[in-house]
Design a protein around this ligand. Structure first.
Ligand code: NDP
Length: 504
């Protein structure tokens, strides 16, 4: 039996009698200003778009749950991690980074991997990527770096020259560039890639002991990538292939899952650690810090409305719960500001009231009031200040992170702790990649660098050479560069190298 259709109405509920013909003077027009239905419909349409995210604009999302599989209470007092078997609702958004909202899912780019845990202590967001490292380690460089991934200001074209110019002038990018140009830079689907916190975070337990941690969500579907040519073909054949894949898999009941493995360091272990654990261009070698299995992430429900639930989903690394804190990683510190600030710009000061962003299992009891689109009861008649004598919500005096010992003079300083941008990408190239991986890496780089000005090619090949002699030689040979010149440049300091490779 077909159900009776609802009566069409305007935005304020009044019934609409005719939705096909504009009100006109005579059968051939002109239109009458008093066609208020037409005016309302056009005016709303004119405002349908909100600013797209400046990064991570193209994405896909799904709901599911996280289940604890190991006891971690000696590391963290987070309630959602308090018991083996405990399940917490999540919403996850995957994305590319540099492309616009209509760009292809198969572009070479890191992939965002953002998880919102709806815990009983409020929302906890883990805003990760599919790579364990990043291109830069200081947030002052972030807007500049992202400009190189967007469009040339003159031509409005993507510019490999801008990208390689920046990378060759920023040697700390070597590790991430090597992962990006391997076939892991073009994952087959969102289901076939890992997610990493990349940053170091802090976990602290009920006794106030703390630990430095990194999250690794390992795909249970197995890693699967597209080769460079397969990715290029996919961009044209199906620009939305990863969005489609995720939706179809969940619709078919083939729920994707990931195993959460944690790397955990005590402050004592961290003090003697070889690598700077607050430098996002570095990983913690598994041999030194074996990952431990902690939980399982499963996605089992598609959103019903893309704009409402995915486009308006807002994740913040600053959205933390008791038991989880941040680290001094400078990139993380920058993101603590930038994510919330972006959402204020895109969605307004009350974006926490949008259903996908609302805490589901903890009420919001704040003294924040008013602002555009305050669409709940706005705190009703209760007090809007603290302290008050009128039974308003009060701090619990418990949800406080243990004291953070700090020292040092305020100064603008580069990272200098381990001072090595090349050993880890070199190890990746030499020890982790197969010969097929290395061949793909070199071919992918050659495809991107072939039209870049020669001084930039030389400067960048010197950096590849510093990571691994074979790596540098294969790219240099592929570009037709003089190997002796590359070797000479690699023996210079970065300042000398840049001075020796001016771009006309
Ligand atoms: P391990 O051999 O213990 O770990 C290697 C890691 O590399 C595994 O997590 C594996 O992920 C990942 N990996 C495998 N193939 C590739 C590839 N083609 N591109 C990128 N990553 C790959 O070595 P270490 O821990 O000593 O690390 C060696 C290097 O491996 C690092 O310098 C880093 O570049 C890379 N790596 C290290 C990670 C870490 O957290 N230690 C994480 C990811 C990469 P999987 O099991 O999912 O295939």
């Amino acid at each position: 039996m077909p159900t009776k259709r609802k009566t069409l109405t305007g935005a304020f509920g009044q019934p609409v009698g005719n939705d096909l013909n504009t009100l006109t003077a005579g059968p051939r027009g002109p239109a009458l200003m008093q066609d208020v239905h037409l005016l309302e419909k056009l005016a709303h349409f004119d405002r349908e778009r909100i600013p797209e995210r400046v990064v991570h604009a193209k994405g896909a999302g799904a709901y599911g749950f996280f289940e604890v599989t190991a006891d971690v209470t000696r590391y963290t007092k987070a309630a959602f991690l308090s018991k083996v078997g405990k399940k917490t609702d999540v919403f996850v958004r995957f994305s590319t980074v540099g492309g616009e909202k209509g760009s292809a899912d198969a572009e070479r780019d890191p992939r965002g991997f953002a998880i919102k845990f709806y815990t009983e202590e409020g929302n906890y967001d883990m805003t990760g990527n599919n790579t364990p490292v990043f291109f830069i380690r200081d947030p002052l460089k972030f807007p500049d770096f992202i400009h190189t991934q967007k469009r040339d200001p003159a031509t409005n074209l993507k510019s490999p020259t801008m990208a390689w110019d920046f990378w060759s002038l920023t040697p700390e990018s070597m590790h991430q560039v090597t992962i990006l140009f391997s076939d892991r830079g073009t994952p087959a689907t969102y289901r076939h890639m890992n997610g990493y916190s990349s940053h170091t975070f802090k976990w602290y337990n009920a006794e106030g002991d703390y630990f430095w941690v990194q999250y690794h969500f390992k795909t249970d579907q197995g890693i699967k990538n597209l080769t460079g040519p397969e990715a290029a073909e996919m961009c044209g054949k199906d620009p939305d292939h990863a969005t489609r894949d995720l939706h179809k898999a969940i619709e078919a009941g083939d729920f994707p899952s990931w195993t959460l493995e944690m790397q955990i360091l005590s402050p004592e272990q961290a003090r003697d650690f070889k690598w700077d654990i607050f430098d996002i261009t570095k990983v913690w070698p598994h041999g030194a810090v074996p990952p431990i299995k902690v939980g399982r992430l499963v996605l089992d429900r598609n959103p019903e409305n893309y704009f409402a639930e995915v486009e308006q989903a807002a994740f913040n690394p600053s959205s933390l719960v008791p038991g989880i804190g941040v680290s001094p990683d400078k990139m993380l510190q920058g993101r603590l500001f930038s994510y919330h600030d972006t959402h204020l710009h895109r969605l307004g000061p009350n974006y926490h009231l949008i259903p996908v962003n609302q805490p589901r299992h903890a009420p919001e009891n704040s003294y924040q009031r008013d602002g555009a689109m305050r669409v709940d009861d706005n705190g009703g008649g209760g007090p809007n200040y603290w302290p008050n004598s009128f039974h308003g919500p009060e701090p619990d005096n418990v949800s406080i992170e243990p004291d953070i010992p700090l020292e040092g003079e305020g100064a603008r300083r580069p990272y200098t702790f381990d001072n090595d941008d090349f050993v880890q990408p070199g190890n990746l190239y030499r020890h982790v990649m197969s010969e097929q991986d290395r061949t793909s890496l070199v071919n992918n780089i050659l495809g991107s660098m072939k039209d870049v000005p020669k001084p930039i090619q030389l400067r960048q090949c010197a950096l590849f050479h510093l990571a691994d002699v074979d790596y540098g030689a294969r790219v240099a040979q592929g570009l037709g560069l003089d190997l002796d010149e590359v070797r000479k440049l690699s023996a210079m300091s970065q300042e000398e190298r840049v001075a020796a490779t001016p771009v006309k």
